[in-house]
Design a protein around this ligand. Structure first.
Ligand code: ATP
Ligand code: MG
Length: 591
């Protein structure tokens, strides 16, 4: 925990009153029944995410722009809620005509183009399961995931089909149809043809709330990606969490930079903003500091949800780039995916005029669990507090990392503030995963003593704010101390030369492990013996000798997952000359 950063007091006066203002009161009064009443549902206690996201808005917001797409080369396309309803209806009925029905898995492998959004929502409308893949995956990860998920349909683009799918198609026996966006390809169904022949008014298939809706693969940061199963009822949490933790208001222009290949891009890039009936920006392009700032300026983005890796890149580009743009439309900025260094929270206040609100969740949780809120104080470096409706705790672990149980079988909760343990959640919120596909035992192992155990280590302070320590697998044990890599990385990036850092434990005969850091430098800096020594000394001053890195090495291209997380397990494997394991989610890799 980093206490040197002052708390950012409750802000205000607000341009719009935050949705969550009296935190304790909101928690006390919260009930899922009330959230249910904010949404439609379908007759007979049936649900469909697509209905809540699209058709619900046909009375009242039909002409509001749902998706404004910004093409890579400057082209633009817009879909109102009415147009999106029609396109998804056509897609859903097209699937039906192909013999694809309830529960069948529709895999999505596409760059960020409107057809991807139509297909995802159309599949849900049809009662099929939407299973997103990342468009940069090579043939092997595609084959593994489609086989695991028993994909019946794959939606992709002409180019991706030819490059990645055609060669493995014969090895995918479950795959009955490939739908292709773009030109005609033999043996596939054309997306445009499917839409042309489809029924423009198709009702959303009434689903049991517990029916499977989404299949998401985890990021593979710590090992082989797992397929997490989510259900239609999850939309209750998508909706309410976006109210509380993203502070969505009806007239917002919202931009989630995450790709729908990952859970953030689906839960908060597609479902939640649409469930709120607001306008979402979808940018086909990749990260570029000028492009991103220009997008906020031109589109008058008011709520922005991004990731620490992007924020670190914006920091690298320099505050002076940010100040060239008019970012005054922004009202709220949030981040997820990795720990957000306190430095980055403060940078936000200087460069874009707003603090960045960190929040924490996982593929498994389906939605935001712990957050810094618009109307509450922010503790830089903290993930914030649990959302209303979410009970979170810290569980004690034994020396082998197993959760300790009381005599009655319940788990031992940590009662001493700022003592680290496993971050756990009380099961029962609607977007909780219902299983790891094909990994029953792994799923069961995620629960202990009445809690879902996240695998992350954290601390809770006396006011209920949670502080991330590290992933269970990444934590370093050095001479009796438990050291979270995040704390060390945060200290290093405070040095003016350091843009990003990845920290691992390196086996050591005396200490068990010693801390080793890999750093990427900011523009204009060169690696030298003096700088290395300077950084070692900086670490000792900031962290104390027992926590400071013992070794520091330059690694200008730190390995990241495609969703932007530092892959410490690869740094470790490289350092120790060990096998690298599953690298399907490694950025830049085409397997
Ligand atoms: P895998 O489970 O395959 O190793 P992954 O855990 O990275 O991959 P995700 O579900 O995409 O897959 O990521 C969730 C994890 O990301 C969390 O468990 C946590 O370790 C990290 N994370 C997400 N948000 C935050 C945050 N705000 N602060 C710290 N860590 C975060
Ligand atoms: Mg995980």
């Amino acid at each position: 925990m980093d206490t040197q950063y002052p708390v950012i007091a409750k802000r205000g006066p607000f341009r719009l009153p935050p949705n969550l203002q009296r935190y304790e009161e909101a928690r006390e009064q919260f009930g899922w029944d009330e959230v249910t009443s904010y949404l439609d549902g379908l007759p007979g206690d049936k649900w469909n995410i697509a209905h809540e996201a699209i058709d619900r808005h046909l009375s009242g917001r039909a002409d509001r722009v749902a998706i404004r797409w910004l093409g890579r080369k400057g082209d633009r396309r817009e879909y109102t809620y009415a147009e999106l309803a029609e396109a998804t209806s056509r897609f859903a009925s097209g699937l039906r005509a192909l013999g694809v029905g309830k529960g069948d898995r529709v895999f999505l492998l596409s760059t960020r183009i409107p057809e991807l959004y139509i297909a995802a929502l159309g599949a849900l409308k049809n009662g099929s399961v939407a299973a997103p893949l990342f468009s940069a995956f090579g043939p092997e990860p595609i084959q593994t995931r489609v086989s695991m998920g028993q994909g019946k349909v794959l939606l992709t683009t002409e180019q991706l089909y030819k490059r990645k799918v055609a060669g493995i198609r014969s090895q995918l026996p479950s795959l009955d149809h490939v739908i292709v966006v773009g030109g005609h390809v033999d043996g596939t169904v054309g997306f445009d043809d499917l839409l042309k022949e489809g029924d423009p008014v198709t009702r959303s298939e009434p689903m049991d709330p517990e029916d499977m809706a989404l299949l998401h693969f985890t990021s593979g940061t710590t090992g082989t990606p797992k397929g997490a199963v989510h259900v239609h009822r999850a939309v209750l949490h998508h909706y309410i969490s976006a109210s509380y933790a993203l502070d969505l208001h009806p007239e917002d222009i919202y931009w989630c930079t995450a790709d729908p290949g990952w859970v953030t891009g689906m839960s908060y890039g597609i479902i939640a903003p649409l469930a709120h009936g607001i306008t979402s920006i979808v940018d086909e392009g990749e990260f570029d500091a000028d492009r991103w700032y220009r997008t906020i300026e031109e589109q008058r983005v008011s709520v922005w949800y991004t990731a620490p890796t992007a924020i670190r890149m914006l920091m690298m580009a320099g505050e002076s780039v940010a100040t060239q743009y008019d970012l005054s439309s922004l009202r709220f900025v949030a981040s997820v995916g990795e720990p957000l260094n306190p430095e980055a929270v403060i940078w936000g206040t200087k460069a874009i005029g707003l603090p960045i609100h960190d929040n924490w969740w996982q593929t498994e949780t389906g939605g935001i669990m712990i957050a810094n809120f618009a109307g509450e104080e922010i503790r830089p470096g903290s993930m914030g507090r649990p959302l209303p409706g979410i009970e979170a705790t810290i569980l004690r672990r034994d020396d082998n990392g197993k959760v300790r149980l009381n005599a009655d079988g319940t788990a031992e909760e940590e009662t001493t503030p700022l003592t680290e343990g496993e971050l756990a959640l009380r099961p029962g919120w609607p977007s909780m995963f219902r299983g790891y596909l094909g990994m029953e035992e792994r799923y069961r192992r995620s629960f202990a003593g009445g809690w879902y155990c996240s695998g992350d280590l954290a601390e809770r302070d006396e006011d209920g704010y949670f502080w991330f320590v590290g992933r269970g697998d990444d934590v370093i044990k050095s001479a009796g101390h438990l050291i979270g890599p995040f704390e060390v990385e945060s200290a290093l990036i405070e040095h003016e030369a350091v843009a990003e850092a990845g920290v691992i434990g390196k086996p050591d005969p005396v200490a068990g492990e010693v801390v080793k850091a890999f750093v990427a430098l900011n523009d204009g800096w060169e690696w030298s013996e003096d700088l290395r020594k300077g950084l070692l000394a900086w670490g000792r001053v900031k962290l104390g000798a027992s926590v400071a890195p013992r070794e520091i090495e330059l690694c200008q291209d730190l390995p990241h997952t495609r969703s932007g997380k530092i892959m410490r397990r690869l740094l470790k494997a490289w350092e120790l000359g060990l096998p690298t394991g599953d690298t399907s989610t490694l950025e830049g890799e085409e397997t």
